[in-house]
Ligand binder design. Structure first.
Ligand code: BES
Ligand code: ZN
Length: 634
């Protein structure tokens, strides 16, 4: 039944010609107001014909097989036809085996003709389904493959408990298509439900209404009644325990980690309350966290109702809670008001980085928030040195590119810096209601940069003329680098660290005399980040004997320390560095270390040796990224 009707072939060819990936470069955002109809601009990362027909609900019935490393079952998609002449549904898939496609007719379910196009290495395979009667529902029977880019299948040895396997998804940006045939674009939102069966003893959780008391007998069922984009589809299966944190928050983790996790995340409920006070109701019911094994490739992922998090934020002192603030903030910026395409990613991440900082200010105080602003801005300036100028613009040209490859700190930190600039220019009494209005007006919608500019001009700039000019806006959005008018944040604590570092480097203060014992994680990160390239291995050894940095159990500090250590050829880090790279798969904490090693020929050989040891435990994304950087096979 794989062959398609001849008439449909023509249409498929036409679709192929007029659909993505397109070759046109996306233009800079014009300085003059643009109409909001740009919101329907086709997403260049998706094959879906979502201007013709839209998925409004997905009902999944899946079985989880660890033996086959596959999800298998059906998805039933509810359709809303927008174009009354259309008669095909085009979906995104990647490495899926499609067994059967059915469409709903008056007589019941009947076979539908379909075609799976050749696999594009970046975007996967277009699935074209002929629906001559514009069916209201289609049902696809399929299974994922072990190499699905959006899933990681872990052996028991890769978990803390060592007795049960584990599986988790990471759909953002365009990996949902590797485990569900779907319109894989953030321009389309749909509700979903799922019935999932898994081997006994394992709990299934999803980005939906998890029930901590469910036993799993007869499978786990879920419902996500709020419409979400595909990149927020999420599932995890493992031996999980649950601990409540507050009235509407809690944490899932492996047994051996649940106590530490619950202790680390105690401020979660206070963070939800703080964000509501600032930007309006939390509209998703519960907010739970799931702590994954250390191979999780990100720090956190804002899956609705269930943030996925790396265990590397469990530092023991709650010092890395801004990651929870960040993922929670996405419940407003991103999950509620969603970037319509990946070029508008800064609307998700820049807004979230800004809101994150407001949350930590409420919960941990102004000085803490300022320290994080300084780290964010310094990090951006440093990172930009290595970023091609077009990618230093807020609106990234993603046409023809895999969003994983365009990922950088620019949308996060430059975006947040723009919002902070607006806040300072207009004052919180004006800016806060403006930002809250953005979330309220666009709740459960997908938005473009043009939508934001229209709102900014009408509801902020025009009402307070002379405070922020078009030229400045253009510099933030369309020009590389940081605008000349940008004001750098300052922090008294970090200024003191600067002074201490300068004395240490000048030799007027010994390592032992530094006040490092009382420094917070942020002060240490600032101290280490500010050490010059010329720092010697003797200087590092002195710091190490005073503060045992090589033995730190804080993964962020370890990362910053190893980076310096590699550059200075500091021998003592050798084994702990290898242990870090083998144990942790979070991209941000491993990729720059391999890059630093690869700067010398001997270092590169060492990097490849360690990569070979570590790769089997890495997530496909981390494995591919490191392999690309080292120029070896994944
Ligand atoms: N949504 C992102 C993670 C992401 C981005 C996944 C793009 C796939 C594609 C998440 O909210 C995030 O930004 N995580 C950061 C944490 C943070 C505190 C900046 C991370 O993982 O490091
Ligand atoms: Zn984020």
């Amino acid at each position: 039944m794989r062959l398609i009707h001849p008439a449909l072939c023509v249409c498929v060819v036409l679709l192929a010609a007029c659909s993505k990936p397109a070759e046109v470069a996306s233009p800079a955002i014009p300085a003059t107001p643009v109409k909001a109809e740009v919101a329907t601009t086709p997403d260049p990362q998706s094959y879906a014909n979502y201007d013709d027909v839209r998925v409004t609900d997905a009902a999944l019935t899946l079985d989880v097989s660890f033996e086959r490393k596959q999800l298998a079952g059906t998805v039933e998609l509810a359709l809303e036809w927008l174009d009354s002449n259309a008669n095909t549904l085009v979906l995104d898939t990647r490495d899926l085996d499609i067994a059967r496609v059915e469409r709903e007719a008056v007589s019941g379910w009947i076979e539908a003709e379909y075609d799976v196009a050749a696999r594009d290495p970046k975007f996967g395979s277009k699935l074209t389904i002929a629906l001559p009667e514009r069916a209201k529902r289609v049902r696809i029977t399929y299974n994922s493959r072990p190499e699905a880019t959006g899933l990681q299948w872990l052996d028991p040895a890769q978990t803390l408990g060592k007795s049960q396997p584990f599986m988790f998804s990471q759909s953002q940006a365009i990996h949902a298509r590797s485990w569900v045939p779907i319109q894989d674009t953030p321009a389309v939102r749909f509700t979903y439900s799922a019935n999932v069966t898994a081997p006994e003893g394992l709990r299934v959780v999803m980005s939906a209404d998890n029930d901590a008391t469910a036993t799993g007998e007869g499978g786990y069922s879920f419902r996500m009644p709020q419409a979400i984009p595909s990149y927020l589809l999420a599932i995890a299966v493992g031996e999980l325990e649950f601990r409540p944190l507050g009235a509407r928050s809690g944490v899932y983790a492996e047994k051996g980690r649940i106590e530490a996790a619950a202790n680390e995340f105690t401020d979660t409920e206070a963070m939800i309350d703080a964000t509501e006070k600032l930007f309006g109701d939390y509209r998703w019911g519960r907010y739970d966290l799931l702590v994954l094994p250390p191979s999780f490739p990100y720090g956190g992922m804002e899956n609705p109702r269930l943030t996925f998090a790396t265990p590397t934020i469990i530092a023991g002192d709650r010092s890395l809670m801004s990651l929870v603030a960040h993922e929670l903030a996405h419940s407003w910026s991103g999950n509620l008001v969603t970037n319509a395409g990946w070029r508008d990613f800064w609307l998700n991440e820049g807004f979230t980085t800004y809101v994150e900082n407001r949350i930590v200010e409420e919960v941990y105080g102004e000085e803490f928030a300022r320290m994080e602003q300084v780290l964010s801005q310094d990090g951006l300036i440093e990172e930009m040195k290595a970023i091609a100028t077009p990618d230093q613009r807020l609106v990234v040209d993603v046409v023809g590119r895999d969003p994983d490859e365009t990922f950088s700190g620019v949308p996060y930190h430059k975006g947040a810096w723009l919002l902070l600039t607006l806040e300072q220019r207009f004052g919180r009494e004006v800016f806060d209601p403006f930002l809250r209005g953005w979330f309220d007006r666009n709740a459960f919608e997908s938005v473009t940069t043009e939508d934001f500019l229209a709102y900014l001009r009408s509801d902020l700039l025009a009402k307070h003329p002379g405070k922020f000019e078009e030229a400045e806006l253009d510099a933030w959005l369309n020009q590389p680098g940081i605008p000349a008018t940008a004001v750098k944040s300052t922090s008294a604590k970090l200024a003191a660290v600067d002074a201490a570092r300068a004395e240490f480097l000048a030799g007027t203060r010994t390592a032992a005399k530094l006040p490092g014992k009382s420094w917070s994680t942020q002060e240490w990160l600032h101290f280490l980040g500010g050490l010059p390239d010329a720092t010697t291995s003797d200087q590092l050894a002195a710091l190490d004997s005073a503060f045992d940095l090589t033995g730190t159990r804080n993964a962020e500090i370890a990362f910053a320390w190893f980076k310096r250590g590699i550059a200075a050829n500091y021998e003592a880090i050798r084994d702990p560095l290898q242990a870090h790279l083998v144990a942790i798969g979070r991209r941000k904490l491993v990729v720059p270390l391999y890059e630093e090693m690869a700067k010398s020929p001997e270092g590169k050989a060492e990097a490849i040796r360690i990569f070979r040891l570590a790769a089997p435990g890495y997530h496909p994304l981390t494995r591919t990224t490191v392999a690309t950087k080292l120029g070896v096979d994944p």
